[in-house]
Design a protein around this ligand. Structure first.
Ligand SMILES: Nc1ncnc2c1ncn2[C@@H]1O[C@H](COP(=O)(O)OP(=O)(O)OP(=O)(O)O)[C@@H](O)[C@H]1O
Length: 284
C-alpha cells in the first residue's frame, strides 16, 4: 500500500480550531503548500555565479504536483547547483524559487526547507550502518524530538505500522533485522529513499540514485520510484539513460540542462532526437 494514502487527514485538509474539516481547502494554514493554480516547484530566471562563472544562468523550470521529472545533462550543467538552490544550501543572486504558489524558498534556511516537505538524497547513501534496517526507518520518522533522542523513545504502534509499510514498499521486508551497513549498495539506496519517505515529503530530490548499482537493482529502484508517482513529486538527476527510460516511459517529461539553463524539454524520444541535445550531451 502506498504510504501517502495514510497521510494524516489534517496534513491535507483545512481544519478549524476544534479539528473538524472547514471545507475551505483554499484557505491555507501557515506552511501549507498551495498547488491549486500551478506547479509544486517553480524556478524563474535563477542565476548563481561563483566568482563570475554562472553555474546557473537564468534557469526557468517547473514541476507539477505528483510529477516524476528526470533531469539530464553533461557534467557541469548546473544540476547539483539547482538542487542546492532549492534546498537552501546555495543562495541564488537573482530569480524566483517557489514551493507552490506562496512559499518563497529564497527566504528560508536549509532546516526549514527540509521541514516544509522537501527531501533530498545525495548520490552516496547515508544510513546508520550499525543499526538494523527497521531502526533506520524509525529514526527517520517525522518527530519533534530529533533523531537521536527518538532512539531512546518507545516504538509506538503507528510508527511500527509505518515502518512495516515502507519496508514492504522498499522490498526490504526480509532484511528488516539486518544491519544497514551489511546491505548491498542498491539496497542502501532504497533504504535511504525509505528514510526520506518516513518524513512524508511533498517533493523528493534525488541525485544520481542509480549510480554504481547493478542493472537488476536499477530496475528495482525504477519500480519503487514509479510506484510513488502521483503521491509525491520527484526530481531525479541521472546519467543512466536506461534508468531515465524506465522512469520517463513514453510520455514523461525529461529536462535537459546545459551551461546552467534548460536546453530542451519533452519526452525522452523528443529530446533524444533534438540536434542540440545530441551535440552537447548524447553524442552521435
Ligand atoms: N562552490 C562552487 N564554487 C565554484 N564553482 C562551483 C561551485 N559549485 C559548482 N561549481 C561549478 O558550477 C558548475 C556546475 O556544477 P554542478 O555540480 O552544479 O554541475 P552538475 O550538472 O551537477 O555536474 P555533474 O553531472 O558532474 O554532477 C561546474 O562548472 C562547477 O565546477
Amino acid at each position: 500500500m502506498n504510504p501517502y494514502l495514510t497521510r494524516d487527514k489534517d496534513d491535507d485538509e483545512g481544519t478549524n480550531a476544534s479539528g473538524s474539516t472547514t471545507g475551505l481547502g483554499h484557505i491555507l494554514r501557515p506552511g501549507e503548500i498551495d498547488v491549486s493554480h500551478g506547479p509544486i516547484l517553480y524556478l524563474e530566471d535563477v542565476t548563481v555565479s561563483f566568482d563570475g562563472f554562472k553555474a546557473l544562468n537564468k534557469l526557468t523550470l517547473s514541476i507539477d504536483e505528483g510529477e516524476l521529472r528526470c533531469i539530464i545533462g553533461p557534467n557541469g550543467a548546473g544540476k547539483t547547483t539547482m538542487m542546492d538552490v532549492i534546498t537552501g544550501k546555495t543562495r541564488c543572486q537573482t530569480g524566483k524559487v517557489f514551493l507552490g504558489q506562496t512559499i518563497d524558498l529564497r527566504r528560508m534556511d536549509e532546516p526549514s526547507i527540509a521541514r516544509i516537505g522537501i527531501g533530498r538524497k545525495f548520490q552516496k547513501p547515508t544510513v546508520f550502518a550499525s543499526h538494523p534496517v527497521w531502526e533506520n526507518l524509525e529514526l527517520a520518522m517525522k518527530t519533534d524530538k530529533g533523531w537521536w533522542p527518538s532512539l531512546r523513545s518507545r516504538f509506538t504502534r503507528p510508527a511500527q505500522a509505518r515502518v512495516e509499510e515502507i519496508l514492504s514498499l522498499l522490498n526490504l521486508e526480509q532484511d528488516a533485522f539486518r544491519l544497514a551497513g551489511d546491505l548491498s549498495h542498491g539496497q542502501k539506496q532504497r533504504l535511504e529513499i525509505g528514510m526520506l519517505l518516513m518524513q512524508q515529503p511533498r517533493l523528493l530530490l534525488l541525485d544520481e540514485p542509480a549510480a554504481g548499482i547493478t542493472d537488476e537493482e536499477t530496475m528495482e529502484l525504477a519500480a519503487l520510484l514509479n510506484g510513488l508517482r502521483g503521491s509525491c513529486s520527484m526530481m531525479v538527476v541521472e546519467h543512466d539513460m536506461d534508468f531515465v527510460g524506465a522512469l520517463a516511459g513514453d510520455t514523461g517529461k525529461v529536462t535537459v540542462m546545459a551551461e546552467g539553463s534548460v536546453l530542451a524539454e519533452g519526452t525522452l524520444d523528443t529530446v533524444r532526437a533534438n540536434d542540440t541535445v545530441i551535440e552537447s550531451y548524447l553524442g552521435r
